[in-house]
Design a protein around this ligand. Structure first.
Ligand SMILES: [Zn+2]
Ligand SMILES: [Zn+2]
Length: 275
């Protein structure tokens, strides 16, 4: 049923397994296609500096692709963070993601590092006001998509990652937050058709135990379905065990929301496949 995963990491950034190990896991899961998307270079983040040698990374992926030809189609992508320098030429596709808030005096604070750092940033940069924080995040994501036209919009509502732990969404701010998320999604999806873009349905927050649902949340999936925006299921896998994490269940969720197809990478091209 599942042919591909196009959001995967490896030891070229903060993943636990090598390219070859991830490819073996994809084969074992019955996949025909695999896309690697190392984190783009982020010299300001000692916790996740991303790919420092882009030519070496591309060469390693191309070599593996040649070795596995006929068994697994392997593509070379990049998870392009908004604050990274312009990526090198030669990638097959980009996932556009925002992992940092707007920097202040040269300091970058992570959106998704840990509940502790998130709470610190919320208190010290946004006066404890989650709506202010969310406004910063979504403004950056919209800018990233508009300026850089990534094929795939990465973990759309990543900003909710720690809500199950910290409960910053409250009766007082939830409606306003959801309105903001929906407006941003509408502005993004309006643009995607221009370059055949899509939104990923990403199980990475679930596989690491932070969330009980994929990104984006179900009310946003409903908007995507109504707008007929293409979606693709990914696991944002950083290790072999999560290569197809919760894919079947996520397909079921999408069917419940009304989707009849998702995008898959098949024989090296992104195409719609019935759910
Ligand atoms: Zn990411
Ligand atoms: Zn990722």
């Amino acid at each position: 049923m599942f042919y591909s995963n196009v959001h995967t990491h490896s030891t070229w950034c903060d993943g636990k397994n090598t390219l070859a190990e991830m490819a073996q896991a994809a084969l074992a899961a019955g996949m025909t296609d695999l896309g690697f998307t190392s984190h783009s270079y982020a010299p300001f983040d000692p916790g996740c500096i991303g790919v420092t040698d882009e030519a070496g990374y591309q060469q390693a992926v191309r070599q593996l692709a040649a070795e596995l030809a006929g068994k697994l189609t392997v593509k070379c992508g990049l998870e392009w963070d908004y604050f990274s320098p312009q990526p090198a030429e030669g990638y097959d596709y980009f996932i556009g993601s925002v992992h940092y808030f707007t920097p202040r005096a040269g300091v970058y604070r992570s959106v998704d590092e840990s509940p502790e750092t998130f709470q610190w940033t919320l208190d010290n940069w946004f006066d404890g006001d989650f709506l202010k924080m969310a406004a910063d995040y979504y403004q950056l994501l919209l800018r990233h998509v508009t300026e850089n036209r990534p094929l795939i919009v990465g973990h759309f509502d990543l900003i909710t990652k720690f809500d199950d732990t910290l409960h910053y969404l409250t009766a007082a701010n939830r409606q306003q937050y959801q309105d903001l998320a929906r407006q941003t999604l509408a502005a993004i999806t309006e643009q995607l058709a221009a370059w055949g873009g899509m939104v990923e349905v990403n199980t990475g927050g679930m596989s690491r135990g932070w969330t009980s649902r994929p990104y984006p949340d179900t009310y946003l999936l409903k908007d995507l379905q109504q707008r007929q925006t293409p979606v693709i299921i990914t696991s944002d896998s950083h290790q072999t065990e999560t290569i197809a994490f919760h894919f079947q269940e996520t397909a079921g969720l999408l069917r419940n929301v009304g989707f009849t197809e998702t995008i898959q990478l098949q024989q090296g091209s992104f195409r719609p496949v019935p759910l």
